[in-house]
Design a protein around this ligand. Structure first.
Ligand code: NAD
Length: 690
């Protein structure tokens, strides 16, 4: 028996070296008369996870032998080739296994074709061989969903010839060897999946039904429907033609902006976890228990994240009443999850048991991490941080959830600024994925590493931001909202602006979003801006709205009106009148504004501020900005974030559009001065994302 071991940690990604090694191994085994059968097995905890992501988009990924060539060699081999599948067997790894003549697996091995999640389809025969192995409908489900299925579910199908009991790698190998000996002794004919005939009556009706079901769910993503086309070809075409067709579809999908966006997001998420000047092996500070100061909207949600992850939380308030209210809200939110079937009553009790409400700072002396979420007022923050400095144990991490205040100033209220960091959660904090980790001037590296790691534990996407007003996300949204307001001045209605941006793909248009967040928040910030930066031009339209107390959903009236207990934004003629009066007062004649102009102005406003943030080093990389927008601001995933969107438009074109917008600007031509970095990259023909 020849044993070929795939060994490319961590998950045996099929990089060029591994592919070439596989072919060499097969050649050696077939030349050796003493070898009767070949076993392919993975080292470590995977058979293979598929393509090696480190090789993505490099010439090596398409260099021969490609995975398709490897599979051809394996499948054509005259001696039996057996895949011994343990752990993870996904994507190209599964396609390789499908090219083998036999397959054995450990129980619980995770089998999947997840390409659809990157906007692709399996491009090395997966769509043609899997239906032949497990049947058309189960194969279609796996390919369209990308979801993993446990190996023992395939008992009795051609996919798995034998489940090898036991969980040790050696047991799998021994079982595979025994299986191979059996194959040789019984002179079993080589079972090539390509030779299996698919008998599937009523295929047309079946695939039509599948398209009708998947189409509306897939919405803006083309890959799921192409997956259906590919599987349909497995039924309707001879094997080799099906393979060719699969390849054509794959090539088409690789070039779609949607796939590019999904692949970008996949890499962006991994990149965001890395901090260039902080080595991966920096030992983090331990975080085994947490204290939250303030049990309001944010404090309660923040606490829930840790409780759900099994981390004990002490929550501190000034008054018993506020404390009781905060704890009751936490329980109520968990009960909501039970109603939606997302939580069991037992887990609720477990979570609540980890929560310790208190009015005394004595109870937080042992906390490893303290997160402050009190009123957004520097003097209140000062009082809290001075107190924390006095009571927290040495080395405790002191975090602030401030949205707008200077983290360096907050750090300076303590004698241990190196222990202070921003942890900017988004509302509702128990739901939103994004966490901006605000790195102060003096924040220690092991603090950053600890916070990034704990973020992962509580299932957040953490992005590092430097200190500036608004950090990454809110600093950009301010410019987006400024444009949205100018559009009202010039002739658009809140509904039109919202609709245009929602059609573009934003989860919520700017006016619905402002009503949700509270219009008073922006008003408060603008009032500060009028004093601090008097030269920056703002439309005053939102101020007029706020002067009427129309703060949004919480007051039932904002840019829309809301009926009690409902979230529907209902257009309100009173707002149209207000806008009409405002236009008269500033002397503008409303014009008809195209949806395309709305999208262009609002999104390019994000892009330009994003470029400044990047240039100033507030964001570590362009893809971090995209992550902030994808996970915290409802930017459409299929567009990959504002910076990738700009890259796809072409920065040269972006700069030209800005010049045109400046020429036609109604209120503030200077707004469209391209950020120096944007101008530079455009001139050099480069992109934000490299
Ligand atoms: N609401 C949001 O959308 C949002 C989003 C991100 C960040 N933030 C930030 O989070 C912080 C809290 O905001 P919020 O919306 O939860 O406010 P909130 O008013 O709902 O809650 C603040 C809580 O802190 C308590 N508190 C005030 N002073 C205290 C003190 N000295 N000691 C202990 N408790 C004290 C109050 O009793 C109140 O329960 C602010 O810094 C805010 O900027 C808010």
């Amino acid at each position: 028996m020849a044993v070929i071991t795939l060994d490319n940690p961590p998950l045996n990604g099929l990089n060029h070296e591994l592919r070439a090694g596989l072919v060499a191994g097969i050649d050696r085994a077939s030349a050796d008369a003493g070898v009767k059968a070949v076993i392919i097995i993975g080292a470590g905890r995977a058979f293979s996870s598929g393509a090696d992501i480190r090789e993505f988009n490099t010439p090596k990924s398409t260099a021969e032998p490609t995975l398709r060539s490897v599979i051809r060699v394996v499948e054509a081999n005259a001696k039996p080739v057996i895949a011994a599948i343990g752990g993870i067997c996904m994507g190209g790894g599964l396609e390789l296994a499908l090219g083998c003549h036999f397959r054995v697996a450990s129980p619980g091995a995770k089998i999947a074709l997840p390409e659809v999640k990157l906007g692709l389809l399996p491009g090395a025969g997966g769509t043609q061989r899997l239906p032949r192995a497990i049947g058309v409908e189960p194969a279609l489900n796996m390919i369209v969903s990308g979801a993993p299925v446990s190996s023992e579910q395939f008992k009795g199908t051609r996919l798995i010839d034998e489940i090898i009991e036991g969980s040790l790698a050696n047991e799998l190998l021994q079982g595979a060897l025994a299986f191979a000996r059996k194959v040789v002794a019984e002179r079993r004919p080589l079972a090539r999946l390509r030779d299996v005939n698919i008998d599937f009556p009523n295929a047309d009706a079946f695939f039509q039904f599948a398209r009708n079901t998947v189409g509306p769910l897939a919405k803006n993503f083309p890959a799921p429907l192409k997956c259906i086309d590919a599987v349909a070809a497995a039924v309707s075409r001879p094997f080799d033609e099906g393979l060719k067709f699969e390849r054509e579809l794959f090539t088409q999908l690789v070039q779609t902006p949607e796939s590019r966006a999904l692949r970008h997001a996949f890499f962006a998420e991994r990149a965001a976890a890395k901090i260039p000047d902080v080595p991966d092996n920096t030992p983090p500070r331990k975080i085994a228990n947490v204290a939250v100061i303030g049990a309001g909207t944010m404090g309660g949600g923040i606490a829930m994240n840790f409780l759900s992850a099994g981390i004990p939380v002490t929550i501190l308030e000034m008054k018993q009443e506020a404390l009781d209210k905060g704890v009751a809200t936490i329980r109520k939110n968990y009960e909501g999850s039970i109603k939606r079937g997302k939580l069991t009553p037992e887990k609720l009790e477990q979570n609540i048991a980890l929560l310790k409400p208190t009015l005394s700072y004595d109870d937080i002396k042992t906390a490893d991490l303290v997160i402050e979420a009190v009123f957004e007022d520097m003097s209140v923050k000062q009082a809290v941080f001075e107190k924390l400095d006095a009571v927290a144990k040495p080395g405790a991490i002191l975090a602030t959830n401030t949205s707008t205040l200077d983290v360096n100033r907050i750090a300076a209220f303590t004698r241990r600024p190196q222990d202070v960091v921003g942890m900017h959660f988004f509302s509702p904090a128990n739901v939103m994925k994004l966490l901006e980790v605000v790195r102060g001037e003096k924040t220690a590296k092991d603090v950053l590493v600890a916070v990034m790691q704990v973020a992962k534990k509580i299932n957040k996407t953490a992005v590092v931001s430097g200190v500036c007003d608004g950090f990454i996300g809110n600093r950009m949204i301010e410019q987006y909202l400024r444009q949205a307001m100018f559009l009202l001045d010039e002739g658009a209605s809140p509904q039109q602006v919202d609709r245009a941006l929602e059609r573009f793909g934003m989860a919520m248009g700017p006016f619905r979003m402002s009503d949700l967040a509270g219009n008073d928040v922006g008003w408060y910030i603008r009032k500060r801006r009028y004093v601090e930066t008097p030269n920056v031009v703002y439309s005053k339209i939102a101020d007029r709205l706020c002067e009427l107390g129309r703060f949004g959903q919480k007051t039932g009236l904002g840019w829309y009106r809301y009926e009690a207990g409902k979230r529907d934004a209902i257009p309100d003629p009173a707002v149209d009148e207000l806008i009409g009066r405002y236009r008269k007062a500033i002397g503008t004649v409303p014009r008809k504004i195209a949806d395309a102009e709305i999208v262009e102005r609002c999104i390019l406003a994000l892009v330009n501020e994003g470029a400044r943030i990047l240039e100033e080093g507030i964001a570590q990389r362009a893809s971090d900005i995209d992550m902030v927008y994808l996970t915290g601001y409802g930017f459409p995933l299929y567009r990959g974030g504002p910076m990738l969107y700009a890259d796809m438009l072409g920065l040269y074109n972006v700069v030209r559009s800005m010049a045109r917008l400046a020429e036609n600007a109604h209120a503030d031509p200077a707004f469209w001065q391209p950020a120096p970095l944007l101008a530079k990259l455009a001139a050099e023909g480069k992109t934000f994302n490299g």
